[in-house]
Design a protein around this ligand. Structure first.
Ligand SMILES: Cc1ncc(C[n+]2csc(CCOP(=O)(O)OP(=O)(O)O)c2C)c(N)n1
Ligand SMILES: [Mg+2]
Length: 429
């Protein structure tokens, strides 16, 4: 479906709103709508948080909202760079799911003040995205597991799509580097899909990352060999990138649907090539290029809090100019409510990524009804194990096991199947 300019203009405004709320969470205690000139008393005494990954996460979230709304998708958002929690929280707030979970953080000026104050603050919320963040499965402070979590989430959930942002530094870790192979466990007939977004912002904290520096040709061959068709979205001019991203996301979702339709119609064509997106954007995008004469954009100085020492008037001015550059008066009305034309950009109800039941712990909880282990007590002379064969079948069907040595089919085995195998058969897989 073609993307019209008016829609892109509004997506850009939504992105600015998310960026504004993200900077505010890192810096502000008060004066949330900048209705008066910033003063030291409006700034947190101790600054913490991560900015540089945040504009990229906001960019992806806004574009996923667009495709969810248009195609009525069930999608969850997994942030590998979960240290960019200001983005995850800002988007849950903008779509309304945050205020539904936390009524005191309402969608008005006082709610924005509380949203800002609570971030990484005594008695408030953690600095990384965590399970307390609506729609967040990950404990985002721990780097490296996002992709594997995404694949786990879609097993046996044929309608679900997990959008998983992978940081390029994260991609250099052992757990993440091996998780690419998890697409081999997906059955497009019975499982959902993962849409990985490899976010190449060039660095982890300070060091250049491997995948950002092997060139597009090398990266494409690597990803193709892993079973992905990468679509590249690269640049730093927002207007250009919004169009490219919107068109690319549409193509990627169409490719996922094609793989699933073929498989579900019984027309599997061998191992599918799953779509993914490579997003190359600057680290610290939309912030200042330099502070005190030192480069910060696209630089490690942007990774956490780009500048402190807020008693310096020139730093106060930098912060004010930075936040005003998002033009908050165009984004929020005088009461602090998101402008209706921007609020209309989010999906509604359970389609909002912050409200999707698949990513909100507890909504799908059911007890695993296992037999009493004491019934299996036995005196053993050497270390042994407890049989799972008699556990209730429905509990075992949900329990997936990936045997480490696989000579046969590459897939996740329900424990029910493993339970039926004889010892020699188990050795075969
Ligand atoms: C297992 C683990 N090791 C180290 C860290 C510390 N850490 C936090 S963010 C970060 C760099 C992240 O780089 P990248 O994935 O490229 O994300 P970016 O911020 O560049 O988007 C590191 C090393 C961590 N959170 N978890
Ligand atoms: Mg990075």
């Amino acid at each position: 479906m073609p993307v019209d300019n008016e829609e892109l203009r509004r997506i850009d405004a939504y992105w600015r709103a998310a960026n504004y709320l993200s900077v505010g969470q890192i810096y502000l205690l008060d004066n949330p709508l900048l209705t008066e000139p910033l003063q030291r008393a409006h700034i947190k005494p101790c600054l913490s948080g991560h900015w540089a990954t945040t504009p990229g996460l906001n960019f992806v979230y806004g574009h996923m909202n667009r495709v969810i709304r248009r195609q009525d998708l069930s999608m969850i958002f997994i942030a590998g760079p979960g240290h960019g929690s200001p983005a995850v929280v800002a988007n849950a707030y903008l779509e309304g799911s945050y205020s539904e979970f936390y009524a005191d953080v309402a969608q008005d000026e006082e709610g924005i003040r509380r949203l800002f104050r609570q971030f990484s603050f005594p008695g408030g919320i953690a600095s990384p995205a965590a399970t307390e963040t609506p729609g967040s499965l990950a404990e985002g402070g721990e780097w490296g597991y996002s992709l594997f979590q995404a694949f786990g989430a879609v097993l046996d959930n044929p309608e679900l799509i997990a959008c998983c942002v992978v940081g390029d530094g994260e991609a250099d870790t052992g757990p993440l580097a091996t998780s690419w192979h998890a697409n081999q466990f997906l059955n497009p007939r019975t499982d959902g899909a993962v849409l990985p977004i490899l976010h190449l912002n060039g660095r982890d904290i300070a060091s250049p990352t491997i995948l950002a520096h092997i060139g597009d040709v090398g990266l494409e061959s690597l990803l193709l060999d892993y079973g992905y068709k990468p679509y590249f979205v690269e640049g730093d001019a927002p207007a250009v990138l919004h169009r490219l991203m919107a068109e690319t996301v549409d193509r990627a979702i169409a490719a996922i649907r094609d793989i699933q339709y073929q498989a579900r119609d019984g027309n599997e064509r061998g191992r599918p090539l799953w779509p993914m997106i490579v997003l190359r954007s600057p680290k610290g995008w939309t912030g200042h290029q330099a502070v005190d004469g030192s480069q910060v954009e696209d630089h490690w100085r942007w990774h956490q809090v780009p500048f402190g020492e807020m008693e310096k008037p020139e730093h106060m001015l930098l912060l004010e100019l930075w936040m005003q550059s998002y033009r908050p008066q165009e984004l929020f009305d005088a009461d602090g409510r998101l402008m209706p034309e921007l609020a209309a950009l989010t999906p509604v109800g359970a389609r909002r990524m912050g409200a999707n039941a698949h990513a909100n712990g507890g909504e799908f909880l059911r007890d695993l009804r296992l037999p009493d282990v004491r019934d299996y007590a036995a005196t053993v002379a050497a270390p042994g194990g407890i049989t799972m064969c008699d556990a209730e079948q429905s509990a075992l069907a949900a329990w997936k096991t990936m045997p480490p040595r696989m000579r046969g089919e590459r897939r996740a085995f329900p424990a029910t199947e493993l339970g039926r195998l004889t010892q020699p058969q188990r050795k075969q897989i």
